[in-house]
Design a binder for this molecule. Structure first.
Ligand code: UDP
Length: 412
């Protein structure tokens, strides 16, 4: 059996005051038709990164509305996760080698995990490339409908990786992508769905945290309350460009010398490269003691991330590739303007000039930071517009509804 994850229970009814009756009632109607359906979600980590974040909420909400939903994670060694990280990078277009021994290692672990997959599910939802081979190695009869949920940007994949993964992807009945642009024409087998990810407004991270409470938490890390704070929350990863954020911040310091920068990032269990990139980021920051580089080993958990997002003047997400970027919606939901890289799913959330700014360079990022630091009223307005935008499009209830619709359509 694969390792089961047991997230905290959740109640759909608790979301009614936030999203309204129509949304909740539609979910209940759809769920009624799927009562007792057995759904297995499979991914590669129970902690760290956007997929784990989503499953923490989606799985218990599916259970609450009457589905028999489970969440299982595959097992792998550091060596395997080094390969899957290379796959992640290669599928997002990075020029990295993909050797025969890497392919063999990926296949071996997918086979081992596939053979351990047990049960009889109406729907198996496999998340991302790491366990994509499960469908080929799982015992017959374990899954009736197989869905591959891709959370990354596969619009310009490295051909060596894409050619290797395509036969696995094409074995699925349905492939779900975040954006239409991510779908390569080679995806021929599955029917395609477009579903954007969402955030859960009731988690310790995203619930309303009073400003006073949030500041006293953030102050514990040495950050000063009366000086402006700019924050980026993300894994230490080249695509998230923490080095570029530091460069932009340095340009801003000339006009706003008191500004502090926090780079907050959790170390995901399936991302061994994170440690290397963390070191690189620290070296880039050097001795600057107004730059705070923090992660879960400093005690920055989900709640603290929410506190940082709550007290920051500006949130930056200067990615150069991004599947969706849950952190953007998380920040907008807290009424903060976001300066985001003009890539992937960020423009779905950052409407340029309305909920923040889209940027393509360090220089532009610095310029928009200065603009928002100079004009707190504009920052406030953008943050409010962002919150409304997230309420309409990027809350977990919309995600749950989209999944229920999909499962309902697949039933015979
Ligand atoms: N996250 C966190 N602690 C951190 C850094 C990130 O809890 O120190 C969370 C973050 O709040 C978000 C998720 O991890 O919910 C990252 O998702 P996103 O889609 O932004 O990026 P991914 O890591 O999946 O590429």
């Amino acid at each position: 059996m694969l390792q089961m994850v047991h997230p905290q229970p959740k109640r759909l009814e608790d979301y009614r005051p936030i999203v309204g009756d129509a949304v909740v009632d539609e979910i209940l109607r759809l769920a009624d038709r799927l009562k007792g359906a057995r759904v297995a979600h499979v991914n590669s980590t129970a902690f760290g990164g956007g997929v784990a974040e989503i499953l923490q909420s989606l799985v218990p909400l599916m259970q609450d509305v009457g589905l028999e939903a489970s969440w299982q994670v595959i097992e792998g060694s550091d060596e395997f996760f080094n390969v899957t990280k290379a796959c992640h990078n290669g599928l997002q277009g990075m020029d990295v080698p993909f050797t025969d021994s890497m392919k063999a290692l990926w296949t071996r672990y997918n086979q081992l995990n596939g053979e351990q997959f047990e049960g009889e599910y109406d729907f198996v939802v496999v998340h991302d490339p790491q366990p994509a081979g499960l469908i080929s190695f799982a015992p017959p009869g374990t899954g009736r409908h197989w869905i591959w949920r891709c959370h990354i940007d596969t619009s310009h994949p490295h051909p060596a990786y894409w050619d290797f993964f395509l036969p696995y992807i094409n074995a699925y009945e349905v492939a779900v992508f975040t954006m239409r642009q991510y779908v390569d024409p080679g995806v021929q087998g599955p029917s395609i769905r477009i579903i954007a990810p969402t955030i859960d407004p009731l988690t310790p991270k995203n619930r309303d945290i009073p400003l006073e409470e949030a500041w006293s938490e953030v102050e514990k890390f040495g950050i000063q309350r009366y000086k402006p704070l700019v924050t980026q929350v993300s894994r230490f990863d080249p695509w998230k460009d923490p080095l570029g954020v530091i460069d932009a911040y340095r340009k801003v310091r000339k006009e706003f010398p008191e500004t502090q920068l926090a780079l907050v990032g959790s170390m995901a269990a399936d991302d061994p490269e994170g440690w290397y990139y963390l070191d690189k980021t620290c070296r880039h920051a050097g001795e600057d003691d107004q730059i705070f580089i923090l992660h879960n080993f400093h005690g920055v958990g989900a709640y603290q991330v929410g506190c940082f997002q709550t007290v920051s003047r500006i949130i930056v997400q200067k990615s150069i590739r991004e599947g969706f970027g849950l952190v953007v919606s998380e920040a907008l939901w807290k009424g903060k303007p976001v300066i985001g890289g003009d890539v992937g799913g960020i423009p779905l959330q950052v409407l340029d000039g309305q909920t923040g700014f889209l940027v393509k360079s360090v220089e532009e990022c610095a310029e928009k930071m200065r603009r928002l630091l100079r004009d707190p009223r504009l920052a406030e307005q953008m943050g409010q517009a962002g919150k409304d935008h997230v309420r309409r499009h990027f809350l977990i209830t919309r995600h749950l509804r989209d999944y229920l619709k999909l499962l309902d359509e697949l039933r015979p």
